[in-house]
Design a binder for this molecule. Structure first.
Ligand code: EPU
Length: 438
């Protein structure tokens, strides 16, 4: 059921909240459990909808999943992995892109895999061509049929050399999850090296995989015949942490984000500091606060790690509406991740979007018609409006804008935020926000 969410803005958020494991690691570690001959345990799992979706997908493939949402612990028993029907996979996948990552593990366990039409946030074309190319390189046959894509590997999968034309997170994970049990050595160049990928490598190593990561984006995987289980505490969610940091800034408040870690957030912390945001980094977490002096404009571009994450971009843009002067944000990871700015303009922001690559290097979208650069003029007072959540991060960004705006905002489609932000309503209450739902 979808709810309409109302926020009375203009109050500083003040207090503390806790972030648990990263959505973008947890879902992949859950898939990794399929590769093991023994049970696995994943800890610090947030209670978000994507975790429920992957749990159901594992269950329909015969994995026993015992989840304690309160402690954030999930136990997986993959001893009876079986085929699932494409209609069931489609029904359980919801809007998630995770089924594509089941392919490698299922090919090893069952010799075949099926992928239905894939969803995910509408922030660009989001094709799966890299994934299919990777699977073919390992020796899989890819057959596109009416109901979905059927993938088989009658002769098994073998190690290979793969060069990614772009360091895609998902394609790198596809290689890892497939290569660990393929025959022989796989060398992947131009790999994504996000902290969540390093954490997935740690999970696979606990299971018995042999993986080395070089400093030049090369990952070498020596295939093994058999993998066991893992017991792993997921890396904290640095996207959620940065989202609350931006909310602290926009509402002129102070939010202690327990669980936030400095190292995986280093690039964000640099930007936050340059904008003028205050922070106190401790062993328990990071307190983000508005310093009481005007915020400063900045020119940034998103990039793969160690660059500024694209998922930080949307909350950051809301913060930049409150900075003095002209800020420039060049989105280089997704071609269509600035559409959410038009509703911010309805709330009083002044953001213009351009097709050109502004403020930095030219990117692969430079010769296309995608509005992927934003010029933000600030500081502009925001006022309440009636807005509809466009995608997960854009939705949370609207929430931030509404919290910082004068008057009441109505946010439609708020349930989308449950996909990736654990108990955000309880956290808003803990921070003193005023909201109600109908
Ligand atoms: N791409 C292709 N072909 C492919 C795969 C990707 O052209 O086969 C393109 C994409 O269209 C995009 C770029 O490559 O322009 C990068 O996509 P990537 O594969 O790195 O993204 P992803 O694996 O689909 C994950 C996260 C995203 C996050 C990106 C980038 C998950 C479940 N999703 O997506 O997270 O933005 O990496 O860091 O891990 C979110 O959490 O809200 C979210 C969208």
């Amino acid at each position: 059921m979808t709810h309409t969410f109302h926020v009375r803005g203009g109050r500083p958020l003040d207090g503390e909240i806790t972030v648990r494991g990263a959505k973008n690691l947890v879902s992949k570690a859950m898939v990794a459990s399929l590769l093991g001959e023994e049970p696995s345990v994943l800890r610090s799992v947030p209670d978000i909808r994507d975790v429920s979706i992957v749990s159901e997908l594992l269950r329909i493939h015969g994995v026993q999943v015992d989840r304690d949402a309160e402690t954030g612990t999930i136990r997986f028993d993959p001893s009876a992995v079986e085929r699932a029907h494409v209609v069931d996979i489609d029904a359980h996948a919801g809007s998630s892109r995770i089924p594509i990552l089941f392919c490698g593990p299922l090919l090893h366990r069952l010799g075949e895999a099926i992928i239905p039409d894939l969803g995910g946030c509408r922030i660009g074309d989001r094709p799966i061509n890299y994934h299919l190319d990777v699977l073919r390189k390992f020796g899989a046959h890819v057959d596109k049929r009416e109901l979905g894509i059927y993938i088989t590997a009658p002769e098994g999968l073998h190690g290979t050399r793969i060069h990614l034309e772009y360091p895609s997170v998902g394609a790198t994970e596809q290689v890892l999850l497939t290569a660990v049990r393929a025959k022989g050595v796989t060398e992947l160049t131009n790999a994504a090296v996000e902290p969540e990928i390093e954490d997935l490598i740690a999970v696979l190593q606990k299971m018995g995989a042999i993986i080395s990561l070089q400093t030049d984006r090369t990952i070498t995987i020596e295939g093994v015949d058999r993998l066991g289980g893992f017991d792993h505490v997921a890396i904290p969610d640095r996207i959620e942490a940065a989202s609350w940091a931006c909310a602290a800034l926009v509402t002129k408040g102070s939010v202690m984000v327990r669980g936030a870690q400095q190292k995986p957030m280093a690039t964000f912390l640099n930007v936050f500091r340059k904008v003028g945001g205050g922070m106190e980094i401790t062993e328990e977490g990071i307190r983000f606060f508005h310093p009481g002096t005007p915020l400063r404009s900045i020119a940034v571009e998103t990039d793969v790690h160690p660059g500024l994450m694209t998922d930080w971009q949307q909350p950051l843009v809301v913060a930049l509406t409150q900075a003095e002067g002209i800020s420039i944000v060049h989105e280089t990871v997704y071609e269509n991740r600035l559409g959410f700015t038009s509703a911010l303009n309805d709330m009083g922001a002044k953001i213009q979007v351009y097709r050109e690559c502004l403020g930095g290097s030219s990117c692969r979208f430079g010769r296309s018609n995608y509005n992927h650069s934003a010029v933000i003029s600030g500081a502009k007072a925001l006022h309440g409006a009636d807005i509809t959540v466009p995608d997960l991060r854009g939705g949370f960004s609207y929430l931030i804008a509404a919290l910082g705006a004068e008057g009441v905002s109505t946010i439609r489609g708020i349930d989308l935020i449950d996909r990736g932000y654990e108990s955000f309503r309880d956290k808003l209450t803990a921070l003193g926000a005023e909201y109600w739902e109908d």
